[in-house]
Design a protein around this ligand. Structure first.
Ligand code: R5P
Length: 292
């Protein structure tokens, strides 16, 4: 029922108080729509500005991967200790409880399998924006192949994903892939990350490299560092620490978590670096203590 009486009594207009400034904490997203910002706030923790994403999309090119033989068993164990789940629609639908409140970053591209030996040769858009909405994902991940034969096709896919993402307020994560013949140089990552941001990506998943602070500074959107092949736990934690210290706003790791001798302890140790600012040495001590 309309409350005409209540309206007449409204009086606390704070005339002397200027409007509250609506700044936004995610780099490069200040001019985005409310829905886009709301989704980004589920990906990046508003208190720290950072994120810990769990990547478990390996099966889409590698088949059953060590540590990920059973998605339905392994992922729920790690779910409580990460901020975002990054996977394929097949993995999410079959193996993640829809009652989970964890934000989803959905892999949106298909790529060549390991049988082709170099995934950077070909790829395409694997699903439409309706699928992102249907699954209620907060982010759309697009693999890109800068500097390799697949570059032009992957940029076309990225541009169309940005178009549809912007239409519905869904942020796009552009993923930097490094081809077999390519070197992981600072120059390459400076080029690739900046180029992807200028094509409209809202965040970039890339690798750690020398002079990473230059890469982070030159990229107008947040960088999330990928894990890569399994490293000894102390080295993986060092990479996380150096990434965050150099300006990364989070990590998106798979094998260095689920192939660890203690995946849960590894998640917790990574969180402490990313969200609490502890050093890699402290994080490794914590990891060892959790493992006792
Ligand atoms: C990147 O290309 C994909 O998202 C990978 O499946 C993911 O990054 C693999 O994670 P990690 O290298 O940490 O095992």
């Amino acid at each position: 029922m309309a409350d005409a009486q209540g309206n007449k009594k409204a009086k606390d207009y704070h005339i002397e108080t200027p409007p509250v400034q609506q700044g936004f904490f995610v780099k490069g997203a200040g001019n985005g729509d409310w829905g886009l910002k709301n989704r980004l706030s589920k990906i990046f923790n508003p208190d720290t500005g950072n994120t810990v994403m769990l990547a478990f999309d390996h099966g889409y090119i590698m088949g059953p991967t060590s540590g990920l033989e059973r998605l339905d068993i392994e992922i729920p164990k790690l779910n409580p200790y990460v901020d975002v789940l990054m996977g394929t629609r097949g993995a999410i639908r079959t193996s993640i409880d829809p009652a989970s409140s964890k934000p989803i970053c959905l892999r949106g591209t298909h790529d060549d399998s390991v049988l082709k030996d170099d995934m950077t040769l070909g790829s395409g858009l694997g699903l439409g924006i309706e699928e992102i909405i249907r699954i209620n994902a907060q982010m759309f991940a697009i693999q890109t192949f800068i500097g390799s034969d697949g570059e032009r096709d992957s940029l076309e896919v990225l541009c169309r994903a940005v178009d549809s993402g912007c239409r519905y307020g869904i942020p796009i994560l552009a993923v930097v892939a490094v081809g077999k013949q390519m070197a992981r140089t600072t120059e390459f990552f400076l080029l690739a990350t900046r180029l992807l941001a200028e094509h409209g990506a809202h965040a970039i998943k890339t690798y750690y490299c020398d002079d990473f602070e230059k890469v982070a500074a030159a990229c107008p959107v947040p960088l999330i560092v990928a894990g890569g092949k399994k490293l000894p736990e102390n080295e993986a934690l060092s990479m996380v620490y150096k990434s965050i210290q150099s300006g990364a706003r989070g990590v998106d790791m798979g094998r260095n978590i689920f192939q660890s001798i203690s995946p849960v302890a590894m998640c917790k140790a990574i969180r402490k670096i990313v969200h609490e600012g502890i050093t890699d040495k402290e994080a490794y001590e914590f990891f060892m203590e959790e493992n006792k």
